[in-house]
Design a protein around this ligand. Structure first.
Ligand code: PMP
Length: 353
C-alpha cells in the first residue's frame, strides 16, 4: 500500500542482489572470484594505522578529507581542488550524476559495462543510452559518438572495461574527446587503471582544460574494498560541485587512515599489483590454450563470452568451489585471485568445452 510514496521508476530498476558467500567445493575448496577484489589483505602497517584512528571514532571524520586529498594530490601531481572523494568511486559517480543531470538528460554508456551505470543514471532522473560493445568486447567509440543528441549530458567510458577487460588507448581517447567537442562531459571510469599497461593520460587532459573527469578507487589495486573510498579527478569547477552533492562525512575515519597509510606503503602495494598482472596474463594465456575465446584484459579479471552457456558454466565453477560472476546470456567474469584459485579456474574452464 505504501508503494504510492515511492518513485514509480524505482519499480523498473533491478533489485539489489546481495553477494553470496563463496561455494565450498570438493576438499573444502572455496574461492571468491566474483567481485574483482584484491586477494591480498591490507598490509600490517595499514591495519595499525586504522586501529590507531579507531581510538577517535567518537568524533566525526574530517569532512573535507584534507589529509587524504593532500596525500592523493601529491601522489598524482594534481591540485587539491581537482579532487573529490566519496564512499567508493560508485559514491563519486552518484554525486557527479546528481551534480550534472536533470530529468530527461541522456548519458551514453557502452554495454556491457559496469552494472551500476544504468541504475545510477536512472536514479538521477536521466536516461541511459546503451551502445553495444564492438568486436573484441571493446568500446565502439564511433557508435558512441553517433549516439550524441542535444540531450546528451555525459558519456561514460570504462577503461579497462568491466566486465570484459579491454582498455581504450590515449590516442583513441584524445580523438574521441576532440570529436565530442564539448557537447558532453566525458567521464572515464578508471577503477582498474593500476593494472593497465599504457592507460590513457587522463590527468594530462584534465590539466589542459578538456571536459574529462577520471573516476578512481582504492577498492581494487590498493585492496581496500571494505573501506569504501574512491575519488574523482576533475576541473576544480566540477570537483567543487561533486563535493557539494556528496553525502556529509562519506569517507569514514578508519577509511581515511587506511588510504593515507596505503599511499605511504605504495611501493609494496604496487609490487602486489605486478604479481596480479603477471597472474592475469598467465590466466588469459591458459584459458586461450584450452580453447576459449578470451578478449584482452588490462584489468584484474578475465572474460569468457559463453553466450547461452553462461548460467550452467557458473554452476560448474560453483560446484568446484569457485564463485565467478555470470552476466545473463553474455558471459562470465573470473577475478584474478590466489594462484591456486586461478589454476583451478583454468581446469574448470577446460571442462566447459
Ligand atoms: N567502476 C567500475 C568499473 C567497477 O568495476 C567498480 C567496482 N566493481 C566500481 C567503479 C566501483 O568501485 P568502488 O565503489 O568500490 O570504488
Amino acid at each position: 500500500m505504501l508503494s504510492r510514496f515511492l518513485r514509480p521508476e524505482l519499480a523498473a530498476l533491478p533489485a539489489y542482489v546481495p553477494g553470496r558467500p563463496a561455494p565450498v567445493g570438493p576438499g573444502g575448496v572455496s574461492y571468491k572470484l566474483s567481485s574483482n577484489e584484491n586477494p591480498y589483505p591490507p598490509l600490517p602497517g595499514v591495519l595499525a594505522a586504522v586501529e590507531h584512528a579507531c581510538a577517535g571514532m567518537n568524533r566525526y571524520p574530517d569532512m573535507g578529507n584534507t589529509a587524504v586529498i593532500a596525500a592523493t594530490a601529491a601522489r598524482l601531481g594534481v591540485d587539491h581542488d581537482q579532487l573529490a572523494f566519496g564512499t567508493g568511486s560508485s559514491g563519486v559517480l552518484y554525486h557527479l550524476l546528481q551534480a550534472t543531470c536533470t530529468a530527461g538528460d541522456e548519458v551514453i554508456i557502452a554495454w556491457r559495462s559496469f552494472e551500476a551505470y544504468p541504475i545510477a543514471i536512472k536514479l538521477a532522473g536521466a536516461v541511459p543510452i546503451m551502445v553495444p560493445l564492438g568486436p573484441g568486447a571493446v568500446h565502439d567509440l564511433d557508435a558512441m559518438l553517433a549516439a550524441i543528441t542535444p540531450r546528451t549530458k555525459m558519456i561514460i567510458l570504462c577503461t579497462p572495461n568491466n566486465p570484459t577487460g579491454p582498455a581504450i588507448s590515449h590516442d583513441d581517447l584524445v580523438a574521441f574527446v576532440e570529436t565530442v567537442d564539448g557537447r558532453a562531459l566525458v567521464v572515464v571510469d578508471e577503477a582498474y587503471v593500476e593494472f593497465a599497461d599504457a592507460p590513457p593520460r587522463t590527468i594530462e587532459l584534465i590539466k589542459n582544460g578538456t571536459p574529462v573527469v577520471s573516476l578512481r578507487t582504492f577498492s581494487k589495486a590498493y585492496g581496500l574494498a571494505g573501506f569504501r573510498v574512491g575519488y574523482g579527478i576533475a576541473d576544480p569547477e566540477i570537483a567543487v560541485a561533486v563535493r557539494k552533492t556528496a553525502i556529509p562525512f562519506g569517507v569514514s575515519l578508519p577509511a581515511q587512515a587506511a588510504v593515507i597509510a596505503s599511499l605511504e606503503a605504495e611501493k609494496e602495494l604496487l609490487d602486489r599489483v605486478r604479481l596480479i598482472v603477471e597472474r592475469r596474463d598467465v590466466l588469459l594465456a591458459r584459458l586461450r590454450e584450452v580453447g576459449h575465446q578470451v578478449p584482452d584484459s588490462q584489468a584484474n579479471f578475465a572474460w569468457l563470452p559463453l553466450g547461452a552457456r553462461t548460467g550452467t558454466a557458473v554452476e560448474t565453477f560453483s560446484a568446484a568451489g569457485l564463485m565467478v560472476r555470470g552476466y545473463g546470456d553474455d558471459g562470465l567474469r573470473i577475478t584474478v585471485g590466489e594462484p591456486e584459485a586461478c589454476e583451478l579456474a583454468v581446469e574448470v574452464a577446460a571442462t566447459l568445452l
